[in-house]
Design a protein around this ligand. Sequence first.
Ligand SMILES: [Zn+2]
Length: 213
Amino acid sequence: MDKEELIKLVTRRVIEKMKDYDTHKVPIGVSNRHVHVSRQDLDILYGKDYELTRKGDLKQPGQFASNETVTIRGPKGEFERVRILGPVRKQSQVEVSKTDSFRLGIRPLIKESGDLTGTPGLDLIGPKGIVSLSSGAIVALRHIHMTPAQADAFGLKDKDMVEVETFGERRGVFGDVLVRVSDQFALEMHVDVDEANAFSLSNGDHVIIRKER
Ligand SMILES: [Zn+2]
C-alpha cells in the first residue's frame, strides 16, 4: 500500500468512527452512593409526613437530589451524609459501590434497581430514628436510560444488553450494559464511582454504544 492509499484508508476509518460516535453517543452520569426511601421509612428517619426538600434536579425527569441525608451503617463500618434521592419509592434501596461494600462489611449483589431479592440489609440512621433494613443494599447494574424514540434510533429495545466503548486516558469497553427504555427517561448511562474511576470518566463525558458481538 502506498502512502496515498494509506492516508485514504486512515481518513475513511476516522470518518466511519466519527459517524459511529455521532449516532451512538451517550452522556455518562456517575452515581455516588445514595439512598432511595419508602414513605414509611422516611417517617421513621425524618418524622411523620416529612417531605424531602429539593437540592437539585437529576437528569432523569422528576428525579431529584434532596437536601436530606442519612448515615448508612453495616457490620464493619459506616458512611455519613449519604444523600437521599427523591421522590419516595415503594421500597427503600441503598446503592453503594463494591469499594464501599468492603468498608461497610456487606456483600451486595450486582442488581438492577428495584430487584432486591436476596440482597443484604443495612441500618439507615436519620435525625429522628433508625431503620434496620433486612434487605435493600445493591451495587447497581450499569445501565443506559433512553426514551422509546432514542431506542428506535439506536436499533435497541428495553432489556437489551450492549457493549459501551469509552475514550480518554483509560480507554476501554464495558460489557453487559443493560438498556432501559421508558418515556419517563432521558438519555444517560449510569455507572458507579468504581466504574467511573476505572475508566477515568466524569459526569457528562460521552461514550458510544457498540452492537453486542
Ligand atoms: Zn439509572
